[in-house]
Design a protein around this ligand. Structure first.
Ligand code: 13P
Length: 270
C-alpha cells in the first residue's frame, strides 16, 4: 500500500504570532505546490488560531503541540481538543519527549535543573493514550511521539522501549481511528543535537513500531498507518530518510523554523 508522505513542523516554543503567520504563509505556498505530500505546521497555542486563519484556503494544515483529555471545566492551564478544533487545528502532537520530560539536546546543567521539578513535564503513556482518545473525539487526529533516551539506546533497549510506549499509547482506539493516527519515532538523543539517526536504524525502529501496530490492530491498519521520523531532519538528510520503506514522513523541529529549509524537506518528500 502506498502511504502519502506527511511532513510536519513542530515549532516548539518559538516565533511570535506575526512571525508564525509570515512563516506559515510561505510554507503554505510550498504546500500548494506539493499535492502528493501532506504538510502541517504546529505553532504555539497562542499562535494557532491566527496561523490557521492565515492559511485556511491553502493545502497547509495546522496542528497543536499538546492538549488535555477533558473538554471543559476547572482545569487551569489546560486547553481542550475541541478548543483546538475551534481554532482551526486538524492535528495535535501528543507524547513528545519534551512533554514526557525526556530531553535530548539540552546541556547536562539544564537537564539537572529540570530534574529538580519532577512532575512538571510528567506526560505518561497513560496520559498520552487519554489525550489521543480525546483528540479523536473532537474530530482531530493525533501525532503520537515516542522514542528512547540516550542511555536506553546505549543499553540496546530501543526496540523494547519504543514498542512498550506504542502498545500503551495506542490501546483502545477503533480500527478507523487507528488507521488515521500518525506515529512519530523521535530518538531522544537525535532531537536538536544534529545527530541524526542513520536511515537504516531509523527504518528498523519504524518497522518495530509498524509490527507493534500490527500486533494490536492487524495487518490492514499496520499497512495504512503513517510513521514519521524526527530528530535533526534537514534538507540534506531528508531524501535518504524518506526513501526508507517504513518511514512515511518527518516531524521537524529546528529546520521547520526557516521557510527555505522546511521547503527543502517537503521537496525531498515529493
Ligand atoms: P529537531 O528537528 O530540532 O531535532 O527536533 C525534532 C523534534 O523534536 C520534532 O518534534
Amino acid at each position: 500500500m502506498s502511504r502519502k508522505p506527511f511532513i510536519a513542523g513542530n515549532w516548539k516554543m518559538n516565533l511570535t504570532i506575526a512571525e508564525g503567520v509570515e512563516l506559515a504563509k510561505a510554507v503554505a505556498a510550498v504546500a500548494n505546490d506539493a499535492p502528493t505530500v501532506d504538510v502541517a505546521v504546529c505553532p504555539t497555542f497562542v499562535s494557532v488560531a491566527k496561523v490557521a486563519d492565515a492559511v485556511k484556503s491553502t493545502a497547509l494544515m495546522v496542528g497543536a503541540q499538546d492538549t488535555f483529555w477533558e473538554t471543559k471545566g476547572a482545569w487551569t492551564r489546560q486547553i481542550a481538543p475541541n478548543m483546538l478544533a475551534d481554532a482551526g487545528c486538524q492535528w495535535v502532537i501528543v507524547g513528545h519527549s519534551e512533554t514526557r520530560g525526556r530531553f535530548g539536546g539540552l546541556s547536562e546543567e539544564v537537564q539537572a535543573k529540570l530534574a529538580e521539578v519532577p512532575g512538571y513535564f510528567g506526560e505518561s503513556d497513560k496520559s498520552v493514550n487519554m489525550k489521543a482518545k480525546a483528540i479523536f473525539a473532537a474530530g482531530l487526529l493525533p501525532i503520537i511521539a515516542c522514542g528512547e533516551l540516550p542511555s536506553e539506546y546505549e543499553a540496546g533497549k530501543t526496540d523494547e522501549v519504543v514498542a512498550g510506549q506504542i502498545r500503551a499509547d495506542i490501546a483502545g482506539f477503533t480500527e478507523e481511528q487507528a488507521m488515521k493516527m500518525v506515529i512519530a519515532y523521535e530518538p531522544v538523543w537525535a532531537i536538536g543535537t544534529g545527530n541524526t539517526c542513520d536511515p537504516q536504524t531509523a527504518d528498523k525502529v519504524c518497522g518495530v513500531i509498524r509490527n507493534t501496530v500490527k500486533e494490536v490492530y492487524g495487518e490492514k491498519v499496520a499497512e495504512a498507518v503513517r510513521i514519521q521520523y524526527g530528530g535533526s531532519v534537514k534538507p540534506g538528510n531528508a531524501k535518504e530518510l524518506l526513501s526508507m520503506p517504513n518511514i512515511d514522513g518527518a516531524l521537524v523541529g529546528g529546520a521547520a523554523l526557516k521557510a527555505a529549509d522546511f521547503a527543502g524537506i517537503i521537496e525531498a518528500a515529493k
